[in-house]
Design a protein around this ligand. Sequence first.
Ligand SMILES: *[C@@H]1O[C@H](CO)[C@@H](O)[C@H](O)[C@H]1NC(C)=O
Ligand SMILES: *[C@@H]1O[C@H](CO)[C@@H](O)[C@H](O)[C@H]1NC(C)=O
Ligand SMILES: *[C@@H]1O[C@H](CO)[C@@H](O)[C@H](O)[C@H]1NC(C)=O
Ligand SMILES: *[C@@H]1O[C@H](CO)[C@@H](O)[C@H](O)[C@H]1NC(C)=O
Ligand SMILES: *[C@@H]1O[C@H](CO)[C@@H](O)[C@H](O)[C@H]1NC(C)=O
Ligand SMILES: *[C@@H]1O[C@H](CO)[C@@H](O)[C@H](O)[C@H]1NC(C)=O
Ligand SMILES: *[C@@H]1O[C@H](CO)[C@@H](O)[C@H](O)[C@H]1NC(C)=O
Ligand SMILES: *[C@@H]1O[C@H](CO)[C@@H](O)[C@H](O)[C@H]1NC(C)=O
Ligand SMILES: *[C@@H]1O[C@H](CO)[C@@H](O)[C@H](O)[C@H]1NC(C)=O
Ligand SMILES: *[C@@H]1O[C@H](CO)[C@@H](O)[C@H](O)[C@H]1NC(C)=O
Ligand SMILES: *[C@@H]1O[C@H](CO)[C@@H](O)[C@H](O)[C@H]1NC(C)=O
Ligand SMILES: *[C@@H]1O[C@H](CO)[C@@H](O)[C@H](O)[C@H]1NC(C)=O
Length: 414
Amino acid sequence: MVCFRLSPVPGSGLVVLCLILGAISSYALELNLTNSKNATCLYAKWRMNFTIGYETTSKSNKTVTISDLGNATYNGSICGDDQNGPKIEVQFGSVFSWTVNFTKEKSTYLIESISFSYDTNDSTTFPDAKKKGIFTVHEPVAFRIPLNDIFRCNSMLTAEKKDVIQHYWDVHVQAFVQNGTVSTKEFLCEKDKTSTTVVPVTPTTLPSPTTTPAQKEKPEIGSYSVNNTNGTCLLATMGLQLNMTQDKVVTVINIKPNTTHFTGSCHSQTALLRLNGSNIKYLDFVFAVKNENRFYLKEVNVSMYLVNGSEVFSIANNNLSYWDAPLGSSYMCNKEQTVSVSGAFQINTFYLRVQPFNVIEGKYSTDLAQDCSADEDNFLVPIAVGAALAGVLILVLLIYLIGLKHHHTGYEQF
Ligand SMILES: *[C@@H]1O[C@H](CO)[C@@H](O)[C@H](O)[C@H]1NC(C)=O
Ligand SMILES: *[C@@H]1O[C@H](CO)[C@@H](O)[C@H](O)[C@H]1NC(C)=O
Ligand SMILES: *[C@@H]1O[C@H](CO)[C@@H](O)[C@H](O)[C@H]1NC(C)=O
Ligand SMILES: *[C@@H]1O[C@H](CO)[C@@H](O)[C@H](O)[C@H]1NC(C)=O
Ligand SMILES: *[C@@H]1O[C@H](CO)[C@@H](O)[C@H](O)[C@H]1NC(C)=O
Ligand SMILES: *[C@@H]1O[C@H](CO)[C@@H](O)[C@H](O)[C@H]1NC(C)=O
Ligand SMILES: *[C@@H]1O[C@H](CO)[C@@H](O)[C@H](O)[C@H]1NC(C)=O
Ligand SMILES: *[C@@H]1O[C@H](CO)[C@@H](O)[C@H](O)[C@H]1NC(C)=O
Ligand SMILES: *[C@@H]1O[C@H](CO)[C@@H](O)[C@H](O)[C@H]1NC(C)=O
Ligand SMILES: *[C@@H]1O[C@H](CO)[C@@H](O)[C@H](O)[C@H]1NC(C)=O
Ligand SMILES: *[C@@H]1O[C@H](CO)[C@@H](O)[C@H](O)[C@H]1NC(C)=O
Ligand SMILES: *[C@@H]1O[C@H](CO)[C@@H](O)[C@H](O)[C@H]1NC(C)=O
């Protein structure tokens, strides 16, 4: 845990800061490079670790792991000029150095390459190294990012070359920062876009992306149903808005019910509602039964056409858990709710009501519907209140302890 002595005045504020920083991590690297006018030209915050293999004089192989990158210096990092691109240089002691350089193109910039050097002459870090000298590995990265976007990758990026394995994660970087203001528009790495598993993210000090929500009107409400031989077996009423992100471009589409075709199937343990339309090849909602007494939305499978008709966007996730309600009832949510299928595809629903099982006489069950606002009342509020209370408790405790300490030193002085 690291404490930053920010002010010489002791007080609760200082202590709390220590705690918070300790809870995050001591190893995040951060660089806020400013130009001669004191305006930010390059911003980076990231985490990394390295594993280096080397041969010893006794012909065995050893590995060295560097993960505590606490006391880094950033000498040599530059904003760049007409001749040279921007560059981040990081030194860890005298043994390791790490460099990444950037170049600018017309409307994009490039994270060009990463170099990592280590000096095996240092016998404390590399005991008994057979080959002594400075070794360098180059990693051509070539990430292309739109100008004025900040690159983000919370997922783990791994590069393995020669004897060195490099891991990078929680990466935020923007070169060629415009007007000294770090962008809030994030350009995600592929892994962040597609990862459906949530990567543990340490909070960063970056302003949260407040991309102006493209004010899009609400979708019309559609009524969908599926029949089997016994009549209607699935009912759904909802306004649907699709939000996809592809190559950093966000496309939001409202589904028009009167030009959307629907079909599906009903089984005892699963039910399918499939929509299609002019730009939707298919949009599948798969429901499943769990514990023999509840249903939920388990899977969404989507394939969309581009403007010119080529199939471009397909995503499936069969590990969802939304719209959970008792069998024999329906799930209802009047307010806007989001089904996050992947980092790159989400469905916003409005005035949702679904009953994928046990539909009798083509009507929604008269049993009490599971309402999404009930979820909040039962679940979120106590957590929020609990968290707030815990926070207050810790603060009170701290102030009390500091008070004790002051008293104590006071007595010693007199
Ligand atoms: C970077 O430094 C500048 C100048 O000190 C400051 O105005 C800006 O808020 C800092 N940005 C971040 C993201 O820390
Ligand atoms: C590097 O960090 C990753 C992610 O935290 C971790 O899984 C891995 O074990 C670390 N490697 C080393 C050598 O510390
Ligand atoms: C790097 O910067 C630190 C402080 O900013 C300084 O003490 C050190 O000498 C510098 N190292 C090199 C190699 O220039
Ligand atoms: C970036 O670094 C690589 C490897 O060190 C080097 O080959 C390349 O010329 C550098 N590019 C710029 C623009 O400095
Ligand atoms: C930077 O400032 C200039 C002039 O004030 C403005 O025209 C430009 O749009 C700004 N760029 C960004 C990315 O904010
Ligand atoms: C139709 O209803 C009958 C009687 O309720 C039932 O036995 C049969 O399994 C149902 N068929 C389907 C396809 O659900
Ligand atoms: C489904 O069955 C109901 C009667 O049970 C009928 O009114 C309705 O038109 C049917 N829908 C479709 C799409 O066949
Ligand atoms: C669409 O998705 C993007 C990226 O997840 C998000 O920033 C944006 O707010 C979403 N827009 C809507 C209207 O849901
Ligand atoms: C669909 O609904 C919209 C708005 O209600 C209407 O303007 C449009 O003509 C309808 N299209 C068809 C094919 O019915
Ligand atoms: C939806 O698919 C059906 C067949 O599966 C097709 O007949 C229909 O034309 C499609 N509707 C649209 C709007 O593409
Ligand atoms: C979902 O899509 C995948 C890939 O296109 C396909 O293999 C799978 O069968 C689909 N699942 C459903 C329920 O349609
Ligand atoms: C689709 O259109 C885009 C531009 O509108 C074009 O760049 C792309 O080549 C087209 N794709 C196909 C398969 O026609």
